[in-house]
Design a protein around this ligand. Structure first.
Ligand code: S3P
Length: 175
């Protein structure tokens, strides 16, 4: 029944809540939640950290582009991307063509707090001496790319379910 439903694409910096909001959206809509990072890990057979460590970021970005192109050809999914997926224009073009691209935002301080809480996840870019400075620098560098999203939802101080409800309202979602 959701055969032709356009995808809902979640993008935004690490720690903006994409995974948690995606789970809420899936529960609220019945659409399937898929994660670009999980597809990359599954295809590579190793973790994101291992890919960065053994093959470097450029190799990771290529794998990311391939995973996005595969996922964007499906319909009726909630696709959550890694925070750097928007850096390539062709990724953003494919995602925008497949559905509505929603940008989740949060302050650098909120991002630091959330990412520090989940140290088990794969975020090699934040494993540095001064993660707050790294967050601020990357946010600034990525701003023009993130701004290509169709709509922006701030997440500071909000629970994932609240953010999900706001997204569905703004999309005029009807089952
Ligand atoms: C990255 C974000 C990560 C993961 C990789 C690179 C980035 O995903 O793809 O560590 O460049 O911002 P999350 O945003 O899901 O943490």
């Amino acid at each position: 029944m959701h055969q032709r439903t356009r995808n809902i694409v979640l993008t935004g910096f690490m720690g903006t809540g994409k995974t948690a909001v995606s789970a809420e959206l899936a529960a609220m809509t019945g659409l399937k939640a898929v994660e670009v990072d999980a597809v990359i890990e599954q295809r590579a057979g190793i973790s994101i950290s291992e890919i960065f460590a053994t093959q470097g970021e450029a190799a990771f970005r290529l794998m990311e582009a391939e995973a996005i192109s595969a996922l964007a050809s499906a319909t009726g999914s909630i696709i959550s991307t890694g925070g750097g997926a928007v850096l390539r224009d062709d990724n953003m073009d494919a995602l925008r063509a497949s559905g509505t691209v929603v940008l989740l935002t949060a302050s650098a301080e909120t991002i630091l707090e959330r990412t520090a809480r989940h140290t088990d996840t794969d975020r090699p870019l934040l494993k540095v001496n001064d993660p707050l400075a790294a967050i601020k620098e990357l946010l600034e560098k990525r701003r023009p790319h993130y701004e290509r999203a169709d709509l922006t939802v701030p997440t500071d101080g909000k629970a994932p379910a609240e953010v999900a409800r706001e997204i569905l309202k703004r999309l005029g979602w009807k089952r």
